[in-house]
Design a protein around this ligand. Structure first.
Ligand code: NAP
Length: 283
């Protein structure tokens, strides 16, 4: 079997095109969606992510603004900035790029963002809403995973979904989204014995670990839908996912590539969250 490739790049492009029309409709009503990104320190990967996010926002007509701070910025200064953005009616989305410098309490910063403007969906109010199955802002990467699965037409209800990884930003939220869609969900983590015996049962397998090529062909049920969230830098500088793509594509029914799978969908979902926030503020 050769898996169908779930092309996140083209789905993200189609999503952005649809979002651009929503932005135009909002602008006609006098509302320009606004996204503000805060970055502190000089982590090169974070700088690339932030640049991609602000460029993508601009391309579809979302006003984007970037506050860049040196790595010795005080926590108080960041908190003050967030408070000012919370009060600014032209700002609909606030994103604080992680990681923050170590002396800053990232959790405190994230909790300071007004939940309605928390376009990353990391505020406890939004994570709690997700767990309770109530409306809220859903984290971008898990939402992007769901869109890829839906777009492929893969049945979710009644299927066994296995999520490898239990972080608050990917593993746990995606598990809840799958549960909301009536999948039977198992979450594996670093203390799970014999992960392979569980992943082999998965109709839908989500890998969100951060270990290059951890998921081999022997861990995958034939015909499964495999979503690879991992982004790992190999010694030769190339990017690899958490899934051994070349091997698994011969077993899976569907598979996301890295790059070009979940990554572009994450940015598209960020834009969607920002535009939805602007629309909610201006009904
Ligand atoms: P994280 O916070 O480091 O969490 C990793 C999870 O994997 C943890 O729950 C950990 O278990 C588990 N784990 C580690 N080794 C394992 C093993 N051998 N077997 C089973 N589980 C294991 O990472 P994250 O933030 O969720 O990110 C995961 C990956 O996705 C990273 O490569 C990251 O770069 C990527 N990512 C991509 C996007 C995107 O847009 N494509 C967005 C976010 C993240 P414990 O909890 O027991 O430690």
């Amino acid at each position: 079997m050769t898996a169908q490739i779930l092309d996140g790049k083209s789905l993200a492009a189609a999503t952005r095109a649809a979002l651009k029309q929503k932005v135009e409709a909002l602008v006609q009503r006098g509302v320009r969606p606004g996204l503000t990104v805060i970055i502190a320190g000089d982590d090169p990967a974070s700088k690339v992510y932030v640049r991609n996010k602000t460029l993508a926002a601009r391309e579809i007509g979302v006003h984007s603004q970037l506050f860049e701070y040196k790595k010795d910025v005080s926590e108080a200064e960041i908190l003050q900035r967030v408070a000012a953005l919370n009060a600014n009616r032209e700002v609909h989305g606030i994103l604080v790029q992680l990681p923050l410098p170590k002396h800053i309490d990232a959790a405190r910063v994230l909790e300071t963002i007004a939940p309605a403007k928390d376009v990353d969906g990391f505020h406890e109010a939004n994570l709690g809403a997700l767990m309770a199955g109530r409306p809220g802002v859903v984290p971008c990467t898990p939402l992007g995973c769901m869109r890829l699965i839906e777009h492929a037409g893969v049945q979710i209800a009644g299927r066994h979904a296995v999520v490898v990884g239990r972080s608050n930003v990917v593993g746990k939220p995606v598990a809840h989204l799958l549960l909301q869609r009536d999948a039977t969900v198992t979450i594996c983590h670093s203390k799970t014995p014999n992960v392979e015996s569980i992943t082999k049962q998965a109709d839908i397998l989500i890998a969100a670990v951060g270990r290059a090529k951890l998921v081999g062909a022997q861990m995958v049920k034939p015909g499964a839908c495999v979503i690879d969230v991992g982004i790992n830098r190999l010694p030769d500088g190339k990017l690899a996912g958490d899934v051994d793509y070349e091997a698994v594509k011969n077993v899976a029914g569907w598979i996301t590539p890295v790059p070009g799978g979940v990554g572009p969908m994450t940015i598209a979902m960020l834009l969607e969250n920002c535009i939805s926030a602007a629309a909610r503020e201006n009904p």
